[in-house]
Design a protein around this ligand. Structure first.
Ligand SMILES: NC(=O)c1ccc[n+]([C@@H]2O[C@H](COP(=O)([O-])OP(=O)(O)OC[C@H]3O[C@@H](n4cnc5c(N)ncnc54)[C@H](O)[C@@H]3O)[C@@H](O)[C@H]2O)c1
Length: 330
């Protein structure tokens, strides 16, 4: 039985991925500094194949020890999102930049890690030129520290492929995520808009015409397992976008979907002609080469967020624990 080291295991994506790995017969060794608490992993503690070490991925001794006991790594731990990185630039450089490189280099030297998967982002593309769909070969145009650090670390991985016997390195450029997870986030567009409309607020939408690709958290997490299990020559030192070409939406399209599901949704549009991120992405590569397809679409995510709020399961959806940055300081 293979052991997968998941960094950021208590996070929005990590807590979903860890459960999927356990369900697929893997052992999971989770590492997390628990910046947002550990509630998301409570439900796995009684699973015989789950273990956890609380700590910082920058702690070389801790990570060397965890690497020793693992066969593969999915590296998710990071300061996540443009606002959070803008608020804590030094910490972001230290974790997302230096800390990630140190982890990768330790894993490569250790010799026992077969796969290293890294959570990158479609934010690396910035803004599209004209109407062309973006692919993995399009130019990168990071316009935030968050994306700059992702691009930098992607390059480090792609410059160090495993070759015939070494550690296979694969960055994945995730779409913007949505949907329910044991660690809910309400600072992601679909989840945040749905929350506000479900609570009867008037949703003000800026830049309704700008495009972005979206992917459900369960599908994103599953893409890591697809890559983990792919033949090494199909994924070594190569980058894949994760999502589905039919799931690119303008913000107005998201609002239209919400209005179909949420009764009396109140939506106002505020004119804005500039958005630093505006792109439609073609995800044929991961579908054609690895057979990855999605199981959920944006309306499914809207429905599940709306229902959990309607049913009163989340008592304080405005709590700061559901966001990665301090809204006062953005
Ligand atoms: N959510 C998205 O839309 C999205 C999109 C593209 C890429 N990603 C990437 O996916 C990964 C996971 O994102 P998420 O949405 O689950 O974020 P998250 O903030 O919910 O989870 C990140 C987890 O990492 C932990 N962590 C942060 N720094 C750490 C450190 N130094 N040592 C140990 N643990 C640390 C945090 O405590 C947290 O539990 C990130 O790398 C993110 O950049 C996310």
């Amino acid at each position: 039985m293979k052991t997968v080291l998941v960094t950021g295991v208590a996070g929005y994506i990590g807590s979903v991925l860890a459960r999927q790995l356990l369900d697929n017969g893997y052992k999971v060794l989770g590492v997390d500094a628990l910046f947002f608490g550990g509630d998301a992993i409570i439900g796995m503690y009684n699973h015989p194949n789950f273990s956890f070490r609380k700590g910082d991925v920058r702690d070389a001794a801790l990570m060397q020890d965890a690497i020793k006991d693992s066969d593969a790594i999915v590296h998710l731990a990071a300061i996540v999102g443009d606002p959070a990185c803008r608020q804590q630039p030094e910490l972001a450089r230290s974790i997302n930049g230096d800390g990630s490189k140190q982890l990768f280099d330790l894993a490569r030297k250790a010799g026992n890690i077969e796969r290293f998967i890294f959570a990158s982002t479609c934010s690396n593309y910035g803004k599209m030129e004209g109407d062309e769909y973006i692919t993995e070969t399009s130019a990168l145009n990071p316009i935030s520290l968050y994306a700059e650090l992702k691009v930098e670390f992607e390059k480090h991985l792609m410059a160090n492929p495993g070759g015939k016997d070494g550690m296979v390195a694969t960055p994945l450029r995730f779409s913007t995520v949505y949907g329910l997870s044991p660690r809910v986030r309400f600072d992601l567009t679909v989840n945040e808009f749905t929350r506000d409309l479900s609570l009867g607020r008037t949703l003000k939408i800026f830049g309704e015409q700008f495009w972005r690709p979206y992917c459900h958290v369960e599908d994103l997490a599953r893409s890591c397992i697809v890559v983990l299990e792919a033949d090494r020559e199909l994924v070594d030192g190569d980058v894949f976008g994760v999502g589905d070409t039919s799931e690119n939406y303008q913000k107005k399209m998201l609002a239209d979907e919400m209005a179909k599901i949420i009764p009396d949704a109140k939506i106002e549009y505020v004119k804005k002609d500039e958005d630093p991120r505006d792109y439609r992405v073609d995800f044929s590569k991961i579908r054609d080469r690895l057979g990855f397809t999605i199981t959920k679409r944006v309306p499914d995510g809207i429905r599940e967020i709306h229902e959990i709020l309607r049913d009163g399961v989340i008592s304080d959806p405005d709590s700061t624990k559901f966001r990665n940055s301090n809204p006062e300081a953005i």
